[in-house]
Design a protein around this ligand. Sequence first.
Ligand code: MG
Ligand code: MG
Length: 250
Amino acid sequence: MINRKSKDEIKRMRHAGHIVALVHQEMKKAVVPGISTKELDDIAMRVIKENKAVPTFLGYNGFPASICTSINEKIVHGIPSKDEILKEGDIIAIDVGATYGGMVGDSAWSYAVGEISPEKQRLMRVTEEALYAGISKMRAGNVLDDISGAIEDVANREKLGIVRNYGGHGVGHQMHEDPFLFNYRVGNHTKIKTGYVIAIEPMLNLGGDDVVVLDDQWSVLTKDGQPSAHFEHTVLCTDDEPILMTTLMD
Ligand code: MG
Ligand code: MG
């Protein structure tokens, strides 16, 4: 069942999303060659706690950190480590969740570490474009496939791989609520209604679609070793324009 969020729930979620955006603001500054992903996790944890929120990911199905850090061919769910050091030319997807007043905000962003190759620049630019193409379809009366299809069309235009078995999701009291949202058309004609909040999150690859999961049971990688990018916002459907819940508030 898909829940429509009340005004009060939306207010708390917006605050949670603001805290997530504060973390990303710090990540953007901190992502430089030489920093470890554990140090990034420490910064995220500090920002979340300073703002009286709870790191949603920590302990989620046993996940051991406050953020997911996925470098280059890692797509999602990378575990921060003191031994994993960013280097010039990497791209890193950082996924952040914060719970405030019992409500969750969820947003991921890919960052360049120093100078990156033109192909990685294209991958990041197009994946971000696919995110906003999907967000533009988050309107009452549209169906879930409209969002999925908008993402798929951008990916296909640029001949990027589309991660098939991971995708967006409803979000609210829990990080993962109904519905699941594919990043390509699956014939889902469920109508989008005012008050729905969905995390829209394209994951696109420079190579093919296929993925493998590491022995740590978390890290998801591209099978062909090509880089992957990930951009995500938590988005509210209104009677009018969709509202981004995971941006900084004024
Ligand atoms: Mg996320
Ligand atoms: Mg998500």
